[in-house]
Design a protein around this ligand. Structure first.
Ligand code: CTP
Length: 403
């Protein structure tokens, strides 16, 4: 695993030396890039001695030596050679630059040229960490799918006590190495994801739908793709962009979603049914617009097919992951749906409050076929998506071991 380790300019820069060593002990090849400010705190030689490689210190002096045209495009080569991009300490300035796409030195330029997983370990004064500008930058970086290794609370070099101290080099190394292992753990799998709401026509101009934004399902599709899976995303109507390199199958109604999923069932090894499928529809909507002549309008609704239950009957040895959107009794309902729909996992989330539909974050419980319940704390939907796959792969091993 090749790791580009960016070192920012903060007192904690010296701890990055220990991090570099921990990464190498974990089997990584480490290319260090230091900002100009970082070099005020630690000399590049420290990292060169530890990693056995020349440290990159600015945009126009390359790891290979002299300043040539090739060194001027080295940030592109370095971005391509490395599978992971980690930064510790990530200063407030670096977070702001990454969040806004500013690229005025090697590290920030390489960041823009990099397409793989990014892990950032911030360290700064408490007030700087809590400042709304930093909060916004961190949120944007998280929403982009980057992993933030939260700073710890403690005594800071500035004399204050509070949040902002760099996480321990061991904790950062674990996060980086775990990200590296995830990178390919879904290779060879085809993940079929459903996302978004469905729209059930009432007449040619009106429809029944729900508040689902599709964000959770799209985050699942993106996570699966990032971990090496082929991804088929069957999506109801949403207003968000599909992730790169996934096969998008747009559908509108529950019946269309059912047909699209069953058509592709043979290809799938893992199915994640995060769509909020309408439970009822007008089975034969009129061809003409309903006029408001009557004093009262009664709609007759029939149940839609329960796609997840049908998949539960036909799943074979595929991993089947369903969702449960609840307003109460989350754990009980998640386990009940796990049983009745014959799933391997149900991701239960409380809806109707601040989290859930349309939010960028979520907080869920995972009800597993083994009978376990795994709570997942509030995090970005992208981070939750990764936890779902971590647990799904662990579950598959546990189920195989039982056979
Ligand atoms: N689901 C489905 N087809 C339906 C309804 C739901 O495949 N017609 C799936 C959803 O994609 C989700 C799971 O079933 O994975 C649970 O959806 P949810 O709305 O929470 O539960 P329901 O089965 O609709 O039960 P209830 O509305 O009674 O809570």
């Amino acid at each position: 695993m090749n790791v580009l380790l960016g070192v920012g300019g903060g007192i904690a820069a010296y701890k990055a030396a220990e991090l570099a060593r921990a990464l190498m002990e974990g089997g990584a090849r480490v290319q260090v890039v230091m900002t100009a400010a970082a070099q005020e705190f630690v000399r590049p030689l420290t990292f060169a001695a530890l990693t056995g490689r020349k440290v990159i210190t600015d945009l126009f002096s390359s790891a290979s030596g002299d300043a040539t045209l090739s060194s001027a495009v080295e940030h592109i080569a370095v971005a391509q050679e490395n599978g992971l991009f980690a930064v510790a300490p990530a200063t407030a300035d670096l977070l702001a630059k990454f969040a806004n796409g500013l690229a005025d030195d090697f590290l920030t330029t390489a960041y823009l040229a990099f397409t793989g997983p990014v892990i950032l370990a911030p360290a700064m004064n408490t007030n700087m960490w809590l400042h709304p500008a930093t909060r916004e930058n961190v949120k944007r970086l998280r929403d982009r799918g980057h992993r933030i290794v939260e700073p710890e609370e403690g005594y800071l070099a500035c004399g204050m006590t509070g949040a902002g101290r760099l996480a321990s080099p061991d904790a950062i190394a674990r996060a980086v190495l775990a990200e590296g292992n995830r990178r390919s753990d879904l290779e060879g799998e085809t993940v079929l994801v459903t996302a978004g709401p469905t729209q059930e026509p009432i007449d040619p101009v009106r429809y029944l739908t729900n508040r689902s934004s599709g964000k959770m399902g799209y985050a699942i599709a993106e996570a699966a793709r990032a971990r090496g899976a082929r991804v088929i995303l069957v999506s109801g109507p949403v207003h968000i962009q599909a992730p790169r390199d996934v096969t998008l199958v747009p559908v509108r109604t529950a019946n269309e979603m059912r047909a699209a999923v069953l058509d592709r069932l043979d290809k799938a090894t893992i199915i994640v049914k995060s769509a909020a499928v309408a439970d009822f529809h007008v089975s034969r909507p009129p061809e003409q617009k309903i006029k408001k002549t009557a004093a009262r309008l009664t709609l007759e609704l029939d149940p839609t097919p329960d796609i997840l239950s049908e998949l539960g009957r036909r799943k074979g040895d595929r991993l089947l992951i369903g969702f449960a959107a609840e307003t109460e009794n989350l754990n009980r309902e998640a386990h009940r749906k796990l049983e009745t729909k014959n799933c391997d996992m149900i991701v239960g989330n409380l809806v109707g409050g601040a989290l859930g539909f349309d939010s960028d974050e979520n907080e869920v419980v995972l009800a597993l076929r083994t009978g376990e319940t795994v709570p997942v704390e509030r995090a970005s939907k992208r981070a939750i998506a990764d936890r779902i796959f971590d647990e799904a792969l662990r579950l598959r091993q546990a189920l195989h071991a039982r056979q």
